[in-house]
Design a protein around this ligand. Sequence first.
Ligand SMILES: NC(=O)c1ccc[n+]([C@@H]2O[C@H](COP(=O)([O-])OP(=O)(O)OC[C@H]3O[C@@H](n4cnc5c(N)ncnc54)[C@H](OP(=O)(O)O)[C@@H]3O)[C@@H](O)[C@H]2O)c1
Length: 257
Amino acid sequence: MKIVVIGGTGLIGSKLVTKLGEHGHEAVAAAPDTGVNTLTGEGVADALAGASVVVDVSNSPSWEDAAVLEFFQTSTRNLLAAETVAGVGHHVALSVVGTERLPDSGYLRAKVAQEKLIEGSAIPYSLVHATQFFEFVAGIADGATEDGKVRMAPVLFQPIAGDDVAQALGRIAVGSPLNGRVELAGPERYRMDEFFRKVLSESNDPREVVTDEHARYFGTELTEGSLVPAGEAILGETRYADWHGQARDYPVSQATG
Ligand SMILES: NC(=O)c1ccc[n+]([C@@H]2O[C@H](COP(=O)([O-])OP(=O)(O)OC[C@H]3O[C@@H](n4cnc5c(N)ncnc54)[C@H](OP(=O)(O)O)[C@@H]3O)[C@@H](O)[C@H]2O)c1
């Protein structure tokens, strides 16, 4: 099966391309570096020719409110139009648990816009909502740092390893379209402030973690359950304590709310 992975050179995309290839699929990594730009449309039609499935794990290079909205809206529109022409039978997109519960975050508003375009198109789809990646934990701490202190709300937090996200996405991509959503999360649930206090202290990070129920997460206040699955979810196997991956650099300072 030919499966095009938009954002196939990124954190999740590169893992997914490898896993699909190991299972005998023709997995194509599509990204600006491989000549495919969903924002301008360059190379998209050629990449999609003969594809059965498209998995969109791309991300905006800028997290500034207007730029990220423009990225997810324009690239999703371009992609869905090209998929219609190519006869693609399944569009899979990776989004974030709680998008619709956190409208004060510009990044998450952009993800909601992306989801609405997918749900409103005629192409069969699967929307996969994941919790925060282990690789994003350092970025979350940086995004929450003010005057050298990390401000965290005492809410539920259930991060997942990027490898586990890629594994679940691969299974969903080769299955029948859900025409709905599924949630993915890590195997353990924490209090966000306690999790960061422990993780920073274990990595000898000198920043103090301050518990603040009004602390903002990329521009939005959180409630007890806003970052964790609301119901049944697919759980990754990797525990944070057993994870040996590396942090990914994200443009967190641009996310304004
Ligand atoms: N971070 C989290 O904790 C989290 C949690 C849940 C869901 N998600 C979602 O997971 C998805 C993937 O995240 P990630 O961390 O794997 O992203 P990432 O490592 O930043 O990779 C982004 C990918 O998108 C590509 N890309 C950028 N601009 C493009 C364009 N114009 N056309 C085509 N491709 C383009 C990049 O290519 P270049 O490298 O060539 O620019 C790269 O391959 C995102 O949609 C995010 O919303 C993230």
